[in-house]
Ligand binder design. Sequence first.
Ligand code: F6R
Length: 612
Amino acid sequence: MCGIVAYVGYREAYPVILKGLKRLEYRGYDSAGVSLLDHNGLQVYKKKGKVAQLEETLVGQALPATIGIGHTRWATHGEPSDRNAHPHRSASGRLAMIHNGIIENYAQLKKELQNKGYIFHSDTDTEVLLNFIEDIREKNECGLEEAVRIALKRVTGAYVIVLLDQENPGTLIAARKGSPLVIGIGKNEHFLASDASPIIEYTKEVVYVNDYELAILKEDELILKNLGNEKLTPYIQKLDLELAAIEKGGYDHFMLKEIFEQPHTIYDCLRGRLDAKSGQIVMRGVDNHIEALSKAERILMVACGTSWHAGLVAEYIFEELCRIPVEVEYASEFRYRNPVIHPGDIIMAISQSGETADTLVAIEKAKEQDAMIFGILNVVGSSIARASHAGAYTHAGPEIGVASTKAFTAQLTVLTMVALRIAYAKGTISQERYLHLLNELEQVPAKVETALKTEEQIREIAARYADARNMLYLGRGYNFPVALEGALKLKEISYIHAEGYPAAEMKHGPIALVDETLPVVFVATRDSYHEKIVSNIQEIKARKGKVVAIVTEGDELIRSLADETIELPACDELIAPIVNVIPLQLLAYHIGVQKGLDVDKPRNLAKSVTVE
Ligand code: F6R
């Protein structure tokens, strides 16, 4: 979702901003723009389409400015078009602004401004906010910083804004509420961005701006204030991130690179935490709160999309191992309900980006009811990480492909460790089963490595099914959420309509869809539901459906029934989802590639959904 980059310093701002916008492309966008300020004044260049198209229009132009702002827009108010693209210019032409988020009361502000004679050149809420700021500045005859502060007190919604002022050529003013903003601190230069990826090439020293904070940046000065105009001390952190982690490293797509990184990312997730030999799991975030976690009367998992699927798998695991009732909630529903939260409840917020607006607001709501928030998060220092009381990072590294892959398996790995740690503390697991599962977890990276060897076979299967119009994904028990995740991946990457269902539920409706044109993917590895799922496969075959089955190696019975079988190493059923999802990720990827689609940036999707 919208990407923001800004620069002030001694370098030419345009190349820094352009490169930064390219690094943020993964977030999803439909238009791009920059505004630069030099001795000729303020210029704005913007274009519908890719950053490369904007770049083309500027080839050969002298752009010497050393201060500027850049933006990739993901349309909310108004269609993707040149005129709705950011930056926007104020009515007087003096200010330019970029914005990420949604101004909810923009219609009312717009009316007020129109009554004063303002004319708008776009359909955006951004242009309204910018002119609202300008109007306050002119009416109050105050500085821009004060006008921003006054304006933001009247605004409802979420925002990150960055402003350039022709009358103040060396200064950037930025503010944040709800959407992410990172400041990079260099020597005689400052950077601003939606995440650290445009910054790490230049500096590893960063400050994460908090809600209701204002940053005033010059090349050699950073001032942080709250909306009450009080100065704050910036908390400077060192990024633990290398440039290679955000580049493709020889793969055709980030998605493929990230799928193949999984043996390594899962290993990183286990490293230093799990020791099967000594039978220990050490997780500081869990250990420090083990009493509250063990006494929890209920766990509410709050998440969206793939992270929600991780929560569903965890529901089975926590209930089985810890005997704690679990509810898994879509954050977008939870935040608007009036949920009943008891003092002994724990809210687990699961999020790769740590910036998903619905999840963030959901936990803020839960905090109002004194709930303890435990985050399962990938991005260190993200908004949800900072809003949580405790948690565990997944250590999967930056996930650039829009479709979540390595983050999902890392979430499952962390959630399983957390459940095992709590179960051990509560005494709800036998020593034998505990040690067995620790051993199984330790073997996951190797088993995922083996699962990745199915790629060639999956590429061939993908060629046979790439023309399908619909697909059904079925699984039972721990594999039911895996089926949901497989269907989501296919939808996102190949635009084929796909549904995930618990296999037995199929008889209550979806079976009406089955005929010789419908491929049905079964996640049918050997577990306590095996016989049942074999019957479900037979039900599909009896109606001439095509069956693609993910099975445990050596499963001759399913091989004799299915049209395609993909064999995976044997796993304990509780751990199996981490391995079983691999072929489903590869299937979605290869179908997307065969259809010639942009798998890293599927249409309409954004990597981190920072608006509701
Ligand atoms: C699916 C996908 C999305 C995200 C969802 C939550 O491939 O990427 O469904 O899982 O938007 O995002 P996070 O985990 O960042 O909160």
